[in-house]
Design a protein around this ligand. Sequence first.
Ligand code: EPS
Length: 394
Amino acid sequence: MAELTYRTAGESHGPGVVSMIEGLPRGVEIDDDFVNGELRRRQGGYGRGGRQRIETDAADYMGGVRLGRTTGAPVAILVPNKDSRLDDLERTPPVERPRPGHADLAGSLKWLVPDCRETLERASARETAGRTAMGALARCMLRMLDIDVFGFVRGGGPDPAAMGDFEVTEDNWRALRELRDASEVYLPDAAASEAMIASIRQAKIDKDTVGGFVEVHVFGCPPGLGSCVQWSDRLDARLAYAVMGIQAFKAVEIGLGVECGRRNGSDVHDPIGFDADRSGERHLGFVRDRNNAGGLEGGMTDGMPVVVRGTMKPIATLLRGLPSVNLVTRTPEDSQYERSDVSAIAAASVVAENVVALEIARAVRAKFGGDSMDEVSAQLASYLELARALPERD
Ligand code: EPS
């Protein structure tokens, strides 16, 4: 069926992260190097903790794949955990001093247990290995339709110099991707990258943590993905849902985002032009000289690149602890330390890139239907042809 859904199960120190994605058509060519490359990138980045030296994440397909291609059946993926010790009570001791900012306290109250262990095991961002693998698979489908997704870290932390000052366009994103891949924090601006690394290094010395901003750009979306007819089908809403659903995210913006509230309409909305010579492009010739809308108007793609930005708070596990309360004695104590990251912003950019891809893929499946990649490609081509002939119709 053409409805794409995706779910995960698994704890940070359980046997593994299990994912299931349903609704991919038959015939998606799985690029193993790409999928496993995304999993490796998610494990990386300056400021990561000791766990990533233990794990070597890779996708193990348990269903829905044959001879390197999707069959149209649900795809089940296992990313095994090497640091599996959930039932070893000595190695997974109780956590009774909740970390402010983590799921610990809310989960303890929700499930009525003074030990935060089970809550934190599932709340852990280890789960994002599953969404990354599924998103990478969705991108294998999108690439077959000439839709590309590019994510990176824009900056973060207290130092203003740790913000990349560059524009992302259809023409420069591949070059930026090389710069990103040369940066230890996945920030495609050498000076800002150095400043951000310095902030993370200092935070480590101070037993503190660092958050930041990630950005995802999607190139090649045809117009009309998503819908204005029902709130839950608005693609901007779905993208916000998906990005906000990443652990530790506190804000999501589309295009100009929060800045829209400070400007008048003439300074926000993107004037529409028409250039017949460019009707072969995904915007069908309806050109814009800016993209404040972030490629989404009325909850639908307009043919311009889709631009999503997310804000990640600093990791809640501070080596120096924060004021908290012991859930058993109810007396004030500092929060408990569990091995963690000083910053996971680089990893978060990989997760954001891949969850955005999942939502774009979901919208593609909803609009073009079909059971096989051949059918999806034919439907897309036929829709673009009809849309180009728009002035001749009615
Ligand atoms: C993570 C693995 C975890 C944490 C991190 C994400 O490993 P461990 O707890 O064994 O050190 O480093 O989890 C969190 C940020 C969190 O909030 O729990 C991973 O693989 O991404």
